[in-house]
Design a protein. Structure first.
Length: 229
């Protein structure tokens, strides 16, 4: 199990690339972040005092490869905490992060045939794997990414890096406003029982897709879900 550490960090980039979506980069004020692809962190806005309990925080998937000297996250504004983030984060702001958590993508190194299904910012844990050198060993990686519309596709750069790491990588982008929702029935018909399905996205999407896959009789070990929220 990974050792969880607390890192005092500084915001080095903070942008609003699409309506309601924000991306933040953090650098550690000392040392180096340690995590594996697919893991997540706890972010606190209030100051951390080592003699006191960890302050209120929220979980966010780490979006970049562990080989980076920074951490990147993408978040959508949904509640009080993320509204605070928009108001309080800025370049140069010092923030406490606690990481790493999770084992979501640890099976990737042993799986040849994989379908990655992501909705919205659910793509972020996958990107930390796709942009890591270890992604090159996967034989048949297939991605289905569902987005509301094209302006929310802010992940082109990382997906281009992934294609260079693994030439077999197949990317399918589904825009809800013109293509409809991700269709798990069609996806399963094309890939079937020989693939492992990695799922990440909104809870209702995960519930619907898992229910369908379970009803097909697919082995439960072939359904891996990112459900830390």
């Amino acid at each position: 199990m990974a050792i969880v550490r607390k890192y005092k960090s500084i915001v080095t980039d903070f942008i609003n690339p699409a309506p309601g979506l924000y991306q933040v980069k953090f650098s550690p004020l000392s040392g180096k972040f340690h995590f594996r692809p697919g893991q997540f962190l706890h972010l606190a806005l209030d100051e951390y005092n080592p003699s006191m309990p960890w302050p209120e925080s929220r979980c966010f998937s780490i979006q970049n490869s562990p080989s980076s000297n920074y951490i990147k996250i993408t978040f959508s504004v949904k509640g009080k905490f993320t509204h605070r983030m928009v108001q309080e984060l800025s370049i140069g702001k010092e923030i406490w992060l606690k990481l790493p958590y999770g084992e979501f993508l640890q099976r990737c190194s042993s799986v040849k045939n994989s379908v990655f299904i992501a909705g919205g910012t659910g793509i972020t844990p996958f990107l930390s794997y796709f942009t890591n050198a270890s992604f090159s060993i996967m034989t048949n990686p297939i991605l289905f990414l569902g987005l509301r519309e094209k302006k929310y596709h802010i992940y082109q750069e990382e997906l281009e890096v992934a294609r260079k790491i693994n030439a077999n990588f197949v990317v399918n982008i589904v825009y809800e406003h013109k293509d409809g929702m991700l269709n798990i029935e069609n996806i399963f018909k094309n890939y079937g029982y020989d693939f492992v399905y990695f799922l990440s996205g909104p809870q209702q999407m995960l519930t619907n897709i898992k229910e369908y896959l379970h009803n097909t009789g697919l082995d439960v070990d072939n359904i891996i879900t990112d459900e830390w929220e």
